[in-house]
Design a protein around this ligand. Sequence first.
Ligand code: GLU
Length: 421
Amino acid sequence: MAEELNPFKIAQAQLDEAARVMGLDEQAHQILREPMRTLEFNIPVRMRDGKTRLFRAFRVQHNDARGPTKGGIRFHPKETLDTVRALASWMTWKVALADLPYGGAKGGIICDTKRMNDYELEGLSRGYIRALWRFIGPSIDIPAPDVYTTPQIMAWMMDEYSKMAGHNEFGVITGKPLEVWGSQGRNDSTAMGAMYVLREAAKYRRLNLKRATVAIQGFGNAGNFAFSLSRKLFGSKVVAISDSNGAIYDNGGLDYDRVLEAKEKYGRVQAYRGAERLTNEQLLELNVDVLIPAAIEDQITGKNADNIRAKILLELANGPVTNDADKILSGKKVFDLPDFLVNSGGVIGSYFEWLQNNSGYYWKADEVYRRLDEIITKSFRDVIAAQEAYAKSGKRVSTRTAAYTIAVDRVAKAMKARGWY
Ligand code: GLU
């Protein structure tokens, strides 16, 4: 049978597995399998050539039992409603695992940002908010950046919302530039959080990060900062990096500044000179200590999971590992750290930004990183403790399922207390 690659089906199956392991109440399980609210709309945008084009867009709010929903907006040519539904439910688990007072949401627009200029992107971003503004707000649903969306896009969106509402509302959206009250440290908080998780994972598995080799799939916000931070914080050697066009590999280590230059000048990391060229698939199978998928979903599947040779698999993207791959990986020695733990630094940074917007008092960068470290390190330890507790009672569960049981339990308890079941 062909493998299930629909991310929403994958997300539901992950929940089903956690529900089985923890003996979740069936009514709670049914509520959590489906998103609370799904919005789909079409946005007309006047393009540079004077013609209007229609863009399909989504926002899915999965569950708000623990607080307003939270999650990014993706601009992607292959966006689907089911992907957004999956990503929204993963946000619910992500914020619950970090114990933030939020629920989960996600948005998406089908568009190709590489073929759009700033004028068109601004029109699309503002159009999205005009269609959505009644359904979002600092105590309803708070968007943020994700794949192919930037701080500038967040600033336009915040501005459009403020115009619709009739007053400034900085806390409606996070990941904004500092000039309009973004937070110190938010830009690299996703990758920084992942580095704190990596530090703890390496301690737990007794891996010396100073001598470690690292391969990173993706050179967006998360992949880019993961590259510079793993060098800076641990002295690890990044031997491979990719973007959507392909990968480069040098066993002696890649030079960050030159990768950045290749990307900025020529739009692709393969413009880097003197490294071997690989495909994205080949990068995943390299014999490295740490593999960091930092691009998009469904990258490690039933087809290639057996070829993964890394010791630590740090899931920085959302949904990079399918359920078939999960099963194969758990039979191997790979220490697989689940996405909604590893990349939770992004939304933790967003939470800090929202707190600062709501109070009007702004923190220094050190404060942001210190608190981020505290929260995410606790999450890592909670997950390991849950996994070890299951093992003691004779149940072997993956780190992903262990993390799910913690998150699902918190959301289910909130729903119970509120009388939803
Ligand atoms: N898009 C990021 C994520 O998937 C951040 C979400 C947020 O900050 O709300 O976690």
